[in-house]
Design a protein around this ligand. Structure first.
Ligand code: ACM
Length: 770
């Protein structure tokens, strides 16, 4: 009887009074946890909340302090160390309990109840990730409010979580451009927030040596300074020279500070010291370790250089001395030694190398590269470290204990894993965040390639071709951030976020829990946190996208879309976009020339970047494309109607407008629907010889009222529109219904040009009829 009364009392209490309604019921957690059960209540954090750490887990005190630091601007919470009985947790407390039954060191359980919060983990790594999850559940005002909050609500839930992969990495190249120590710490903060655990710090390259080495001071006094920088800022312009000098390096004291900082955030830093290639900066300081021994300059332009380390014994002594200091600074098991893109000419021309190859029975320079890496690996192994390198370390035979970073696609990773080596996947197609993330002409100049947030999200680090018994060798994946064209910290953030959010879910979350739509919803919530942290993230993914559609009436329309479910699209077709511009409700007909400006809005607040698209309508706009030669590879807009869609391809040949042909010609036949008076026909093509793209050998047009009886149109003349884009144009007044364009590929690339001896690419877009 007594029991029943107590039970009834509890029930009433639960339903009526003490349960605090979860009014802020948002769970924007990225990466998605293994199990998340949402609850309708919330926990109220206030100045009287007790934070209690299990006395058995005293070693996690520094980790738990990172939680109290988050709320410190609002209320100071002391940490009490106690023996914990999880069956009787006091009200208004947050308890960190060591639970040895949790298998994964990085795993945790989180119980956010109405009256208390219980965090279970095996130790500090798990507690750290539970804190990151809580940090994402806190409202953005926790981070932004200028006045102290009286309480902070955490939405109720039960979470059981652990990572899919043990290696969750982000890389940063600080050689092509240098980033200050404060930014490196911020980079690490954001990595930790998304549960990454490895920072690959690319510290040496041709264009700058960025780590102090006490025994070889010229590495920084000479090697960290380049006299100028030759770079590109636009696809339409030649390279420019930015006068120098450009310099920067980290002192050993700064590095120790960063390593310690990263350790607090459960992040291991893997330093990369490049060899045998990408070593101009070191050789400028110590030319005696090159094969020529001549004068060498720190690189002033991007690319690959023929001067590389020569495999003298003295070179190995130098590199071992450098690595000894590096190992004193970085406690990581792995040391990255580069190994990529090492041209072999210097070794071919070196008498010393040729004699060494004979002596060591090495059949070619590939085997000499393997000899080089194996010697370094032996040294690292003797110091209880493991060698990791780019997939070229497979060339000539892989060292016995090496781990491979597969960047030239996935084949290097498959090969290494099949030989029983561990692998980190970083394929350019999905993990290079120096690529474009959005195909518009107004994007900041990037190295090329296209890696959208969605493409990153859909990446699976386990290659489908890899036999399942080798899957265990795929440790995880990593994004690479090369900085040739990224010269400020804020631009790094723009290239990295939100793609790093997508990759974090690839690496942490279970495949069955992944869902792109759900990710985007959580991402929009995460954007408010990134705003609170002042991160310059790219907003396209939740912005406006446009696409051409041919409707049933055979007319072309332009459709605007957004993935942001909480936003509306506003647009103009004649000028400046404002919060008063019309809401987009239906497809826009393309019947004349105009520019659409559009963006997402919520409550009159603009959320996204400006989307802009110009249409230059002409007689053939929306004409039926009766036939068109199939494109080669990826340079295919995917819809042949794009050849007459009133949008001319931009200087970015990967913008989704251009039709690309590798070695072959292109032929296009269109139907204007009825006989029309025409005065001019033209088509554009691209000249970008350094990318193997050559202007056509010949362009001709023919017209007629019957496809079986077309007559040659007039002589074609060439005129440049921009530096890269050229117009092939002919004028004559005729009446015609059908128009044919025949564009002949340039053919074989001649000597003296990039790719000489290969087939040239031909790019065409917008067949314009006036
Ligand atoms: C690389 O991108 N060269 C590893």
């Amino acid at each position: 009887m007594r029991k029943t009364i107590i039970y009834l009392f509890l029930l009433i209490n639960l339903q009526c009074s003490t349960v605090k309604a979860n009014t802020n019921n948002i769970y924007n957690i990225i990466p998605m946890p293994v199990q998340l059960e949402k609850m309708p209540h919330h926990f109220e954090l206030n100045k009287n909340t007790s934070v209690i750490l299990d006395a058995n887990e005293f070693g996690s005190l520094q980790t738990i302090k990172q939680f109290t630091l988050i709320v410190a601007p609002h209320f100071g919470l002391n940490i009490q160390i106690q023996n914990i009985d999880t069956a009787s947790i006091a009200d208004n407390s947050i308890v960190f309990f060591r639970d040895n039954t949790i298998e994964n060191n990085e795993g945790y359980e989180l119980y956010i109840r109405n009256s208390s919060v219980l965090v279970k983990a095996k130790g500090k790594q798990g507690f750290f990730y539970a804190i990151q999850t809580i940090a994402q559940l806190l409202p953005a005002k926790t981070y932004t409010s200028k006045t102290a909050l009286e309480k902070i609500n955490i939405p109720g839930c039960v979470i059981k979580d652990y990572p899919r992969f043990v290696y969750r990495g982000m890389h940063l190249d600080v050689c092509r451009h240098f980033f200050p120590i404060e930014f490196i710490k911020r980079y690490i903060d954001l990595m930790a927030f998304y549960k990454y655990n490895t920072f690959h710090w690319h510290l040496t390259d041709d264009q700058g040596w960025r780590i102090e080495i006490k025994k070889y001071p010229k590495l920084t006094s000479v090697g960290s300074v380049r006299k100028e920088t030759t770079t590109f800022v636009s696809r339409d312009k030649d390279s420019i020279v930015i006068p120098g000098p450009y310099s920067g390096f980290y002192t050993q004291e700064q590095i120790k500070e960063v390593v310690q900082y990263a350790q607090m955030k459960n992040i291991t830093i893997i330093p990369e010291i490049e060899m045998p290639g990408h070593s101009l900066a070191a050789l400028a300081a110590y030319p005696e370790y090159s094969c020529t021994g001549g004068e060498i300059e720190v690189g002033t332009r991007w690319g690959v250089f023929s001067d590389v380390y020569c495999p003298y014994d003295t070179t190995f002594t130098f590199l071992q001395d450098v690595l000894t200091e590096v190992m004193q600074l970085f406690p990581s098991t792995y040391i990255h030694i580069g190994g990529d893109e090492c041209p072999k000419e210097a070794w071919k021309n070196s008498e010393f190398c040729q004699v060494l190859m004979k002596k060591e029975n090495l059949k070619d320079e590939m085997e000499l590269q393997s000899y080089f890496i194996k010697r370094i690996e032996k040294f690292l192994s003797a110091n209880n470290r493991k060698l990791i390198g780019w997939d070229e370390i497979l060339e000539g035979g892989l060292s016995p204990n090496a781990t491979v970073m597969s960047w030239r696609g996935v084949s290097g990773g498959i090969e290494a894993a099949s030989q029983g080596h561990d692998v980190v996947m970083t394929p350019g197609s999905h993990c290079y965040f120096d690529h474009y993330q959005y195909l518009r002409d107004n994007e900041p100049y990037a190295i090329g390639g296209f890696t959208s947030v969605e493409k990153v999200y859909n990446y699976n680090p386990i290659p489908t071709e890899l036999e399942s018994s080798y899957h265990k060798h795929i440790l995880g994946a990593q994004c690479n951030v090369w900085t040739e064209y990224i010269d400020t910290s804020s631009h790094v953030e723009y290239m990295v976020y939100p793609r790093a959010c997508a990759l974090s879910e690839v690496l942490w979350s279970m495949p069955e829990n992944k869902n792109y739509e759900s990710f985007l919803t959580r991402l929009s919530g995460n954007f408010t946190l990134l705003d609170a942290f002042g991160v310059n993230y790219a907003k396209h993914v939740l912005g406006v996208y446009g696409k051409m559609e041919k409707m049933a009436n055979q007319k072309l329309y332009y459709v605007l879309e957004t993935k942001n479910k909480n936003a509306q699209i506003r647009y103009t077709t004649n000028g400046k976009l404002t919060a008063q511009s019309p809401l987009y409700t239906k497809a826009i007909p393309i019947s004349n020339s105009f520019t659409i400006n559009a963006a997402t809005y919520k409550n009159d607040k603009r959320l996204s970047n400006l989307f802009t698209q110009t249409f230059t309508s002409h007689i053939a706009t929306g004409a039926e494309v009766l036939s068109m030669t199939e494109c080669s590879g990826n340079y295919n807009p995917g819809d042949k109607n794009f050849i007459v869609n009133a949008i001319s391809g931009s200087s970015n040949y990967g913008d989704g407008q251009w039709f690309g042909y590798w070695g072959n010609d292109c032929s296009i036949l269109i139907d204007l629907g009825s006989e029309k008076s025409i005065n001019q026909i033209s088509i554009n093509s691209i000249d970008k010889k350094d990318s193997w793209i050559h202007l056509p050998a010949k362009v001709s047009f023919s017209t007629g009222v019957d496809t079986a009886d077309l007559s040659p149109y007039n002589e074609v003349t060439i005129s440049p529109i921009t530096k890269r884009i050229h117009s092939y144009k002919a004028n004559k007044s005729v009446k015609a219904r059908y128009i044919k364009a025949s564009i002949t590929n340039f053919g074989e690339i001649p000597a003296g040009f990039e790719g000489a001896g290969n087939k040239a690419w031909l790019f065409v877009d917008e067949l314009i009829v006036k």
